[in-house]
Design a binder for this molecule. Sequence first.
Ligand code: SF4
Length: 133
Amino acid sequence: MGHQGIVVRVKPDGDMVVEERVHHDDVGVVHEYGQPRSTVPEPQEPLSRRQQAMVASFRAISTAAGKWDKGTGSEGAHYVGSKKNPFANAGMTCGNCTFFEGSNACSVVEGKIHSKGICKLWVIPESSMEEGE
Ligand code: SF4
């Protein structure tokens, strides 16, 4: 029996539809009307299917609506820098997040991002997280 895939379909007007495919392993984002299909890049560490779906969804949202800002408003990612990240010792840092691009940049949150910061959109492989208190 195959896995149930999840695809986020992005329409030209920005609407998004989450499509579940029974017996299909695809997880990714489809841009309609001739735009290339972009699948979730192969993560360095294995992500769960839930996390893969989160990655696909957040990338689709970022494509359709722009990156999140770093603030605490409705459009904000609630980012905190290294000095205010209470979870850094548990491995919950931007540097371990799938969206971190290095050089203080994130593919879904705008602005300068510190490798030891964190935000509410984090997607980090379980193997990179250590037991916290
Ligand atoms: S936790 Fe991940 S999504 Fe959030 S700012 Fe850091 S790298 Fe970007």
